[in-house]
Design a protein around this ligand. Structure first.
Ligand code: TXA
Ligand code: MG
Length: 346
């Protein structure tokens, strides 16, 4: 594990950056921070390197990886044609938490990265450490989130260590990540782009730039197969069962009281504004309703905390679905395995 101060200028000359870039060039896998979550990077052109990513994470091989780039030149090298709407989105949101699905040029990337699809997800991360490593390695870097498959994505180097220590060549510690949920995945191969995974760039922000934007119907309908292969897997789940509760704090508290009366140890995930309303064995606060961004930033750490606390069952409040709230609720629904308790639809 190397530490890096992300506020220092010209990180490219940092030994941690050059050393991890050397490891990537040598076909090793290295974890590094981005503005969303930590990524587990590998040379996207090398089958052997990319194979190590799937092995370290225990990731199913039908789930393609996002390719991270540091310049437009790197993009032109790997993708076929860039639609006008994709160009406008890049101009507005790159570097940033937006992954664009585009047609790739055959033979430029390992087939394992794309899981055999004719498209690839590409993004330019908004983080000096990530950009420094990509630039110094001079490679497109395939990087999924640096967690064990199924666990919440890592928002600190400690989370990466907890999951992958001993399984990868190194971890660059750049402190906690800012956005906290992963990038928005947007399919740009169709006339009206489709959100396959809600994330750091919101539906509202996308619409403001390109007008019409669709959302994959599978995000709200479990009977439909998602267009992003990774979205079909259980994910983000703490060890204890989690229930997502729609209703007033008093309703959630009654659920907690019932379980505690039955002898269970109960955890709650709540917004700061409602913290004082609850009595439970553990009350964890990812952030505040007044600034929904803070809930996204703290969400995965909150979910991971319960694995170290002694709880038998967890109830989470629901959050507004506007803006970044769409990504927060998507992750909570998945963490809960779609077990929702609704005060008004019991
Ligand atoms: O913020 C992020 O996006 C982080 C950081 C490290 O950049 N990365 C990340 O990667 O979340 P990962 O591999 O955990 O999630 C990638 C998602 C998966 O759901 C995958 O199925 C989808 O993007 N995806 C990748 N390539 C795709 C493609 N060609 N077509 C459809 N979905 C794709
Ligand atoms: Mg992931």
């Amino acid at each position: 594990v190397w530490s890096v101060d992300k506020n220092v200028d010209n990180l490219q000359s940092y030994p941690q950056i050059t050393e991890s870039a050397e490891l990537l060039k040598a076909g090793q896998v290295v974890a590094f921070p981005t503005e969303t979550v930590y990524g587990l990077g590998a040379n996207a052109k090398s089958d052997e390197a990319v194979k190590k990513v799937f092995e370290a994470k225990g990731r199913p091989s039908d789930n393609p990886l996002i390719v991270h780039i540091a310049s437009k030149g790197q993009l032109e090298d790997i993708v076929e044609d860039i639609p006008e709407k994709a160009r406008r989105l890049m101009a507005e949101f790159w570097p940033g938490p937006l992954t664009l699905i585009l047609k790739h040029k055959p033979g430029k990337l390992s087939n394992l990265v794309t899981a055999g699809l004719n498209t690839v997800g590409v993004r330019m991360p908004d983080h000096q450490v990530a950009l420094g490593i990509i630039r110094t390695s001079d490679l497109p870097i395939a990087a999924p989130s640096a967690n064990t498959s199924g666990k919440p994505s890592p928002t600190s180097a400690k989370h990466v260590e907890d999951d992958l220590f001993g399984r990868i060549a190194g971890i660059v510690d750049g402190g906690t990540t800012g956005v906290g949920v992963e990038s928005t995945v947007l399919d740009c191969t169709v006339e009206v782009p489709i959100i396959l995974r809600p994330g750091g760039v919101t539906l509202e922000q996308l619409k403001a730039v390109i007008g019409d934007v669709q959302q994959d119907v599978a995000l709200k309908n479990q009977d439909t197969a998602p267009k992003a292969p990774g979205m079909k897997y259980t994910h983000y789940a703490p060890k204890a069962p989690l229930y997502l509760v729609k209703g007033h704090p008093a309703f959630l508290q009654r659920l907690v009281d019932e379980k505690r009366k039955a002898g269970l140890r109960v955890g709650i995930i709540t917004a700061l504004e409602h913290e004082a309303d609850y009595r439970a064995d553990h009350v964890v606060v990812p952030g505040s309703l007044a600034e929904l961004d803070t809930v996204a930033t703290g969400l995965y750490d909150a979910l991971r905390q319960f694995d170290e606390l002694d709880v038998d069952i967890i109830f989470s409040e629901s959050f507004p679905e506007s803006g970044i709230g769409a990504a927060v609720m998507n992750r909570l629904e998945k963490a809960a395995g779609h077990q929702v308790i609704d005060e008004w639809h019991v």
